[in-house]
Design a protein around this ligand. Structure first.
Ligand code: LLP
Length: 437
């Protein structure tokens, strides 16, 4: 048989014609753990973390580290792995901080983001010993200064700066433009103002700057332009105030491939060019090399995940559309409904059959927009009971799942060399009603 290529090297087909993930037959996993099911490849998560660490070590002459953006996928096992791999985490809520702390993650390596932190958030995160706040606005800074004074601590912070860069990704994840809800624009003078405010505070230690231009960015020179803008800004502020940042955090990581038409990512090339741009900018302005941080989420978790569903019904509407309806849907993966995101879908038990028909894979929610993917080529004989696998679902699926229609969230199962284990249990009917009074 001809050699098949898959979008990720942890996907293969065995001699029975079954789809395998991380070397395991997914039909066996589906039978053991039931569906819908989130699968995770532990080795791939670790490899993805190390890929950044290794590239930084190779291409950045100063100190560099990564901080896993846990919004991509947040449960205890992810935080344990981040801790074991010796990387930081980016959190955006008390829920993420609490989960990380419960998993034993050392919070001094955590960054706390968010554009609308409440007094409770600030008190909780400060009290828990969160390493850094990424302060977004003046009101937050004032509240944080008051809380740090009350606790008698000095809270380390980065300031969220908006460099005014269009990352050319989809609007919902584009954050670096001047009109963003996040951060302080350089262009309007807001960034300079908030730096001055932070520097005037007694219980705040300004450690540097943060920006995030968007997610699912495929490089070109987006990260480089962001770095240059940020370092120009840093040089300007040094000129005006004498302040020199120790840290430059450029936000989220590199985009991932969901379908074979997505561009191949030149991972090392992007990091190499970015590192050398930072070095060049610093040489030009005489700034010392900052500690360089990136906060990848998607590129850590996405291709380490796969979702399995059981097919409930096949409806062929002659002359219109074929539907393949599954036992999950927008409750476990809202990304097509929200962004029209692309995914690669397979009939896991029929990998050697021809895929001569197209099917729209629909979820089980009472809503027509509950679609996982439109027009997926699948074998025409697919039938109730078949397992459908959706690839690259490790990022922003479990973390964006909901209980719409009072549907329970699927279990999360990790696969590693030793076998498989449950990382998050399936929600039961009792769980769904547990908070009702
Ligand atoms: N840092 C900050 C401040 C962020 O806002 C984000 C993503 C990241 C890091 C991680 O970016 P990544 O490496 O994952 O590209 N729900 C959307 C994605 C929203 C991303 C929000 N921020 C989706 O499903 O595509």
């Amino acid at each position: 048989m001809e050699e098949r290529t898959f979008i990720c090297d942890n996907i293969s087909v065995n001699e029975d014609g079954h789809l395998c993930f991380a070397g395991r037959d997914v039909l066996t996993l589906a039978a053991e753990y039931k569906t819908p099911l989130y699968l995770f490849d532990e080795k791939k998560i670790r490899e993805n973390m190390r890929r950044y660490k290794n590239a930084f070590a190779k291409y950045y002459p100063g100190t560099a580290r990564i901080s896993y953006a846990s919004k991509a996928c947040a449960f205890k096992q992810m935080y344990r792995i981040a801790a074991e791999e010796g990387i930081g985490i980016d959190t955006v809520s008390c829920g993420e901080i609490y989960t990380a702390a419960s998993a034993g993650f050392p919070l001094e390596n955590a960054f706390f983001h968010g554009n609308a932190k409440t007094d409770e958030d600030i008190a909780y995160a400060c009290g828990a010993g969160t390493g850094y706040f990424v302060a977004d606005n003046t009101e937050e800074l004032i509240a944080l200064e008051a809380e740090a004074e009350r606790l008698g601590i000095t809270q380390k912070i980065l300031l969220r700066i908006t460099p005014g860069i269009d990352p050319h990704t989809y609007e919902a994840v584009s954050t670096g433009k001047v009109d963003s809800k996040f951060g302080n624009a350089i262009e309007t003078g807001a960034a300079e103002e908030i730096v001055r405010l932070a520097l005037s505070m007694q219980h705040i230690a300004l450690c540097g700057y943060h920006c995030h231009v968007g997610s699912q960015v495929f490089g070109e020179d987006v990260f480089e332009r962001a770095a240059e803008k940020m370092l120009d800004f840093a040089a300007d502020i040094r000129e005006k105030t004498g302040y020199v940042p120790e840290i430059l955090n450029l936000g989220g990581g590199i985009g991932v491939r969901y379908v074979s038409s997505d561009p191949e990512v030149d991972f090392d090339g992007i990091i190499q060019r970015l590192c050398s741009r930072i070095v060049t900018c610093c040489e030009k302005s005489g700034l010392p090399l900052p500690e360089f941080i990136m906060e990848p989420g998607r590129s850590i978790a996405a291709d380490a995940g796969m979702t399995l569903y059981t097919l409930s019904s096949v409806k062929k509407i002659e002359g219109f559309r074929n539907y393949a309806a599954v036992d999950g849907g927008m409750t476990d993966n809202p990304r097509y409904a929200l962004y029209g995101s692309s995914y690669t879908v397979y009939a896991a038990g029929r990998m050697n059959e021809k895929t001569e028909e197209k099917f729209t894979v629909a979820g089980r929610c009472c809503e027509s927009g509950d679609i996982i993917q439109k027009d997926v080529p699948l074998p025409s004989g697919i039938a109730r009971g078949d397992i459908l696998a959706v690839c690259t679902t490790g990022a922003y699926n479990y973390s964006m799942a909901s209980n719409y229609n009072r549907i329970g969230r699927p279990a999360v199962v990790f696969v590693n060399e030793g076998g498989s284990y449950i990382a998050v249990k399936r929600e039961t009917l009792a769980d769904l009603a547990a908070l009702d009074c």
